[in-house]
Design a protein around this ligand. Structure first.
Ligand code: PLP
Length: 409
């Protein structure tokens, strides 16, 4: 059954007048088993196209911009879009095959030759590649600034600036940017703001509530949460999302999400609030231990009182995620020795999984230069930076593993 832009189903109307909490909506919103033979889990519609009873019905569907082909519509995917929009507090959502597809679909649909986009100077490595190498090829000018001081926006914005784009918390630094302060400045200049909220998930941070116009997620991370699928989402006003759908998904990227993936992301979403609670609790325990450890030079976890952006984090996020960064006194080589001694942390690049993961961007960058000579670390990322994605294991076991790896580095 198709959903309205707000994702309301009959089930939601039955409960009209009652606003459910986040965890309840993460499990129930936009799906009623009664509409699907009582199936508790949403059916996965494996179909590439939709057949019509007559040519006239087909004509009518085409004229309505309706459902003809699965690049643009799938009922399983539509449930996921409605649920994510609801949880994020957005009018609408478009899901696509990966987080990068979400960012590419957004940029290519909203920006044209001659336009300018202002981005925060530190971004996820592949977003850096998109902004440095990809967009300029199409005549789109990208201006990186330090948005920790939102006044920098006034300095670089011009009549051609069509978008402000940043992540918070910032990958991989776990710095926090002030969404409301940046959105206020940007809106005064008439520029929309897009926030990549992957590090937080809507369970902890909803950028639209702080004035952002668009939100991007890599669903690969916390939202699916089990390290077994790739996915991305863009959320925002219905008109903007319709444009991303009609231009971006239909003919620019064609990066449709598989309905099997949509079903897996819906499954992951059911436990999102529960998982984020544990990720945050574990990460805070680890950050507190690391901060006091003599081998550790610095720790960046926004929910530590010592974090530079702690006050913004407390205002903007309901709690901490599992992401933190640290540097050792033993620097680059020490980071490599430390990581090799760990047994519970997987040496892997992704994040947000049940398993704890660890990465050292400077090592990966050095290795990658063999095949990509232009590869470089994102602005502000030092040789010593180690990124932890704290998983759902017992905190005591993780702390023990980290302690033995830090001993006599
Ligand atoms: C992983 C990530 C992406 C890209 O998502 P994929 O699903 O891997 O394509 C974008 N932004 C951030 C902050 C990420 O961590």
């Amino acid at each position: 059954m198709p959903h309205t832009a707000s994702g309301a189903t009959e089930a939601d109307h039955r409960h009209a007048g009652r606003q459910f909490g986040f965890a309840t909506r993460a499990i129930h919103h936009a799906y009623d088993p009664a509409d699907h033979h009582g199936a508790v889990a949403p059916p996965v519609y494996f179909t590439s196209t939709y057949a019509f009873g007559s040519v006239a019905e087909n004509d009518e569907a085409a004229a309505r911009g309706g459902v003809l082909y699965a690049r643009e519509y799938n009922p399983t995917t539509a449930i996921l879009e409605a649920r994510l929009a609801n949880l994020e507090g957005a009018e609408a959502c478009l899901v696509v095959s990966t987080g990068m597809a979400a960012i590419g679909t957004l940029m290519l649909s909203l920006l044209s030759q001659g336009d300018e986009v202002v981005v925060h100077r530190t971004l996820y490595a592949n977003t850096v590649a998109l902004t440095e190498t990809g967009l300029p090829r199409f005549g789109i000018k990208v201006i990186p600034v330090d948005l920790a001081d939102p006044a920098n926006l006034d300095r670089v914005a011009t009549g051609r600036t069509k978008l402000v784009y940043f992540e918070t918390p910032v990958n991989p630094l776990s710095a926090v940017l002030d969404i409301a302060a940046i959105a206020n400045r940007a809106h005064a200049l008439g520029i929309p703001v897009a926030v990549d909220s992957t590090f937080a998930s809507p369970a902890l941070q909803r950028p639209i509530e702080h004035g952002a116009d668009l939100v991007v997620h890599s669903l690969t991370k916390y939202i699916s949460g089990h390290g077994d699928v790739l996915g991305g989402a863009v959320l925002g006003r219905a008109g903007t999302i319709a444009r991303l759908h009609d231009h971006g998904l239909r003919y620019l990227t064609g990066a449709t999400m598989s309905p099997m993936t949509a079903a897996l992301v819906l499954r992951g979403l059911k436990t999102l609030p529960l998982r984020m609670e544990r990720h945050g609790r574990n990460a805070l325990a680890i950050a507190t231990m690391l901060e006091a450890h003599p081998a550790v030079r610095w720790v960046s976890y926004p929910q530590l009182a010592s974090h530079r952006d702690h006050a913004i984090a407390v205002r903007q996020m309901s709690a901490g995620s599992g992401m933190l960064a640290l540097g050792l006194h033993a620097g680059f080589d020490g980071a490599r020795r430390f990581m090799d001694r760990l047994s519970l942390f997987g040496r892997a690049v992704s994040l947000g999984d049940a398993e704890s993961l660890i990465m050292h961007p400077a090592s990966l960058n050095r290795a990658r230069r063999a095949i990509r000579p232009e590869a470089h670390l994102a602005e502000g990322v030092g040789d010593d930076l180690i990124r932890l994605s704290v998983g759902l294991e017992d905190a005591g076991d993780l702390i023990e593993d980290l302690r033995q790896a830090l001993a006599s580095l």
